[in-house]
Structures are given as C-alpha cells and as structure tokens.
Design a protein around this ligand. Structure first.
Ligand SMILES: [Zn+2]
Ligand SMILES: [Zn+2]
Length: 255
C-alpha cells in the first residue's frame, strides 16, 4: 500500500514538473528535477551544477553585529563602518549570500513569482548557517511583514515564503501574523537613514503585548541599512522578547 501511495505521489510530482517546470535560481533556466533510476523517480535538483559556482556566500571575517563580510582594511575590525556608527535594536544578524552575486535571483523571487527558489535558498541556509542558527535556541521565526494590500497584489510576501521554508528546514515554528504592517510605507531605496526611520514610524504593530517567546529570529530577503529590522526588533523587545536576531538571504559587502 505504501508503495502505491509513493507511486501516486511520484506521478503527481512528474505531472507538476512538466506543467510547471522548476527553474534554476541563478540562470532561471528549466531544471531537470527528476530522473528514472531503477524504475524509481529520483528527485532533488534545485539548481544547475554550473550555476551553483556563481553564487557567493558571505564569508568570514564578518561584522559581529550585522554579519556583513569585512574585506581589505576592514578585515580585522569587529564592526563594519555602519555598525560602528549606529546602534541597532537587534542582537546579531546572519546573511547567506553576498548581494551582488544573487541580485537577479532575488529580483525574480520577489517580483516574478519564482517562489520555488525558496527551496534552494532554505537548503543553502541550513547547510551554511544551520549550526549557528540552531545554537541560538530560537523559539520563533517572524518574517518581515508586507502591507496586506501589497501582498494581495503580488500574491505573496517573499520574506514569508523564505521564512516558511527555513522554519521547516530548521524545525523552528514560524508566526507570520505576530507582527503586522499597519500602513504602506514608501520604498526605502531613495531615503537616507533619517528618512527611513521616519518612514517606519508606526508602520508596524504587534498583535499581542505579552510576547511569550524569548528568542526571536526575524527573516527578510535583503539587509541594507537594517532600519526595518531594527524597528521590528524594538517592538518585539517592548513586547517582552529578550533576544532578537535576524536572518536575511543577502547582504551587501563593504569594499
Ligand atoms: Zn542555472
Ligand atoms: Zn555591521
């Protein structure tokens, strides 16, 4: 009976892959996600072998606060220039990729419906950062929320899609509605640090004021100045969280 169920699942999988073939997170080309081996369907490929080499992971040494890679003259510093100047509300951050090597991938993940990339992102997260993240004793994962109407227009919140896969991979619960975005904010791209802070005033609210989770991991796609994560971390602390970390898919590198 078990084999039959497995075979039915395999058939569904193959049909789905033919109708909606999975695409490579680097080149966006179609992947052969299955092959027949010993009359069994073998699955698993999430990225082309050649494409995986094009991705750059964040490497040590890193800033002990935001986790950004430190290069050249900065290599023996504790903090990156940004964190040396500014206090953050979070405890520490971790990022997986160097932004420049995955900017196209994240763009498609965010705006072009390529939610399937999250499988590769989450698997890479576990491989590269799994031990570090598990050592933090995280109680709860919280994705950076998107304004509800915007999420409805886009069909999904990419931070939540990634967070859900990480939650499954690391076996840590996720709550996507503990923090909500109460109003639509301007795009941060063209704002300076003060502008970003003002833009975020009263942008979020927390559904409960007795957050019983002591250690929270905020998840987003990209870390730039950290102002969004700082604001959420500040609110989570006010509500009772003791430790607040973040994980993002990508972060810029100081050159
Ligand atoms: Zn590829
Ligand atoms: Zn830093």
């Amino acid at each position: 009976m078990q084999t039959v169920t497995k075979e039915i699942k395999d058939v569904f999988f193959v049909v789905k892959e033919i109708v909606y073939p999975r695409r490579c997170p680097v080149c966006d080309g179609i992947l052969n996600t299955f092959e027949l081996k010993d009359r069994r369907i073998k699955r698993g490929r999430l990225i082309h072998d050649d494409c995986i080499k094009k991705i750059k992971y964040v490497k040590a040494p890193t800033c002990i606060k935001c986790g950004k890679g430190l290069k050249g003259e900065d290599a023996d510093k504790e903090f990156c220039d940004d964190c040396a100047k500014m206090k953050h509300s979070y405890d520490r951050g971790f990022s997986l990729f160097q932004y420049r090597s995955v900017s196209g991938s994240i763009y498609r993940f965010k705006y072009m419906g390529r939610q399937e990339y999250a499988d590769f992102y989450a698997r890479a997260t576990k491989k590269v950062l799994g031990k570090k993240l598990s050592a933090l004793d995280i109680d709860l994962i919280v994705p950076v929320p998107m304004y509800r109407r915007k999420a409805a227009e886009r069909g999904y919140n990419q931070a939540e899609v990634y967070a859900r896969k990480v939650s499954e991979m690391l076996d840590i619960p996720m709550c996507a509605d503990l923090v909500q975005r109460s109003r639509n904010t301007l795009p941060m791209k063209n704002l300076d640090v003060r502008g970003r802070r003002n833009n975020l005033k009263k942008a979020f609210n927390i559904q409960r004021n007795d957050v019983k989770f002591k250690c929270i991991l905020i998840i987003d796609d990209i870390y730039t100045t950290g102002s969004t994560i700082d604001e959420i971390a500040r609110l989570l602390r006010l509500a009772g969280a003791k430790k607040v970390y973040f994980l993002t898919l990508a972060i810029g590198q100081t050159t």
